[in-house]
Each structure stands twice: as C-alpha cells, then as structure tokens.
Design a protein around this ligand. Sequence first.
Ligand code: ASP
Length: 340
Amino acid sequence: MSQILIIYTGGTIGMMSDPVTKVLKPINFEQIMDNVPELEKLNCRIKVHSFDEIIDSSNMNPEIWSELAGLIQSNYHDNDGFVILHGSDTMAYTASALSFMLENLGKPIIFTGSQLPISAIRTDAKENLMTAIEIAKAKKNDRARVPEVCIYFDYKLFRGNRAFKYNSSKFEAFRSPNYPILAESGVHLRFSVNDIRHPEDESALIIHNNLVSDVGVLKLYPGISPKVVENILSADVRGIVMETFGAGNTTTDAWFIDLLKNAIDSGKVILDISQCKVGTVELGRYETSKHLKDIGVANGYDMTFEAAVTKMMYLLGQSDNPAQVREWLETDLRGELTVS
Ligand code: ASP
C-alpha cells in the first residue's frame, strides 16, 4: 500500500470564518480531516505533518521553504509521494523554489489548496485534496507517474515552476500558458506522459538549501526615470529580475543602457523576462533588445516571474561567479523554460 505524507502549511483550505468578525482564520488539521471522511476510503496510508504555525501564504518565506525541503528529505524514503497544503496566493513561488531546491526528484510533490475553506458547502477543497493524493500515489511499472513539483487545482495538474495565480475569485485560480498541463482530472485521470519529466538519476535526491533572497526587481513602464532605475540597480543585491515589454524589449535611451551596463560591469546579474504572460523573450529580435544582449543581460525566455525570482535566489546561492549564474539562468534546469 502506498504511503503519502500530507504537509499542512495553511491557506484558505484550512480556514474557518470567525462567527463574530467574519474574518477567515486558520484551523488545525484534525478539523480539516473531520470535513473529509472520504480520505479513509483512499487505498493508501496517510501521514500528516502540520506546521507549528499555520499561515496565510502571504507570510511564506525562504526559511519555510528550507524547512519544507528538509521535511521532504527526512521523509523521502518512507513515502511514495507528498501533498503540500498551501495558500494559493504564493503557491507558485513555493512550488518554483522547491523545484530548484530538490535536484533529481523521483517522487511527486503535489501542492494544493482551495479558494473556499474545506468546511464551506460549495468548497473546491475536497476535490483538490482527494485528487492531489491520487496523483501523489499514482504509479506505473512501480515508478511514480509524475516525479515533479506540481500544483493541482481545479481539475488540472501544472508543473509548479510554469504556473502562476491568475484569478483570485474563480476556482480556476492557476494557469500555465507556456507549458502544457501534466494531467487532467475528469471521469478519468489522464496524464500527459510526454510532457512529464523524469530525473536521470532517481536514486540521489539532492537538497539545496542556501537560497540568497536579496533579489531586485525592475519592472519597466513608459516614462520610468533615470532616478528610479538608478535606485533599483544600485541596491545592495547581486541579482535583478527585469520585467520588460513584449519579446524582451526596453527603451534604447542611452542613459538606460549605460545604467544597465554599469550594473553588469560591477558584477550584478540582470535577467530579462517579459511582462507578457504568454510567449518568450527573444533577445536581438528587435533593435530594442539587441543592445541588451550585447551588454550581457541574461535571457529568461518564457519563464514566469515566480520561477525567475526563485531561480535567481537558488543560483546566487550556488555560485559567486556572475558569468556562471548567467549561464545557468539561460539553461533549462527543471523544465522551467524553453530555449527558443
Ligand atoms: N490568502 C490565502 C493564502 O494564500 C488564499 C488561499 O489560500 O487561496 O493563504
């Protein structure tokens, strides 16, 4: 019989409305279990680890990501898969971060949560939870069907580092426009076998805990001034994610290019991702991105913002050499980008 470890961090799934103030507040895992008697009927053993402090995911941070990675490592051999209950607001950041922190992952790590608390009559939590467990225990020829860090929400399974929260009020909270879904749940649970990654060496899970969370973000808009750009680029950080226009384009104004060049020359790594949610950065396609390539801006291709920021945190912890970090940023490490 399979064994699944459920890790409960918090989120709406485990909240209850305060009868007086009507504010949503976290409840403990036993209260969650009481709402899903169907869990008993799943053909697997379920263990639960509840975090001491149950949080709204807006309070998620890299220390908790390390704790999660450590928990997965210490329970890796005894469990066939993991389901992590997490608020949807920052779920894509945690899933992206863990995808980088867990190298050679051979077992499913399925994040889920819900838009309505599990105790609500119209809740989406039960389906999300039950199917997340089904996916976490799914095997074929004794191998996990999806040995990836994923998000399961509203009948769809996404690669974690390809998804983002795009809707705060619909049950369909996540999208992954630049990569196909990995499975869909309907009458049958259908896996997109050709889109699922399997590690080259399943025997050796490697945990990387040393994230550098000081990452700058430069989001461009027409009219952004030298003062604003200079302030962001001169911050005491080694890496900056720059959100550009369209296929990775920026203004060609000399002051702007000079500021970027000075930052790069001083050892900072600047990663170009697009403000568009669909499509990819193509450095050099337009005149408005050719100069970026020339001065050494890294190409983020079709990465989500969530993947870009957490990948930068991960890589800054892996190397002090900006050229090396830049090379890895442009490389597909965990299925997070498509080199075009
Ligand atoms: N604010 C909640 C959280 O992210 C929303 C949710 O769970 O969906 O913790």
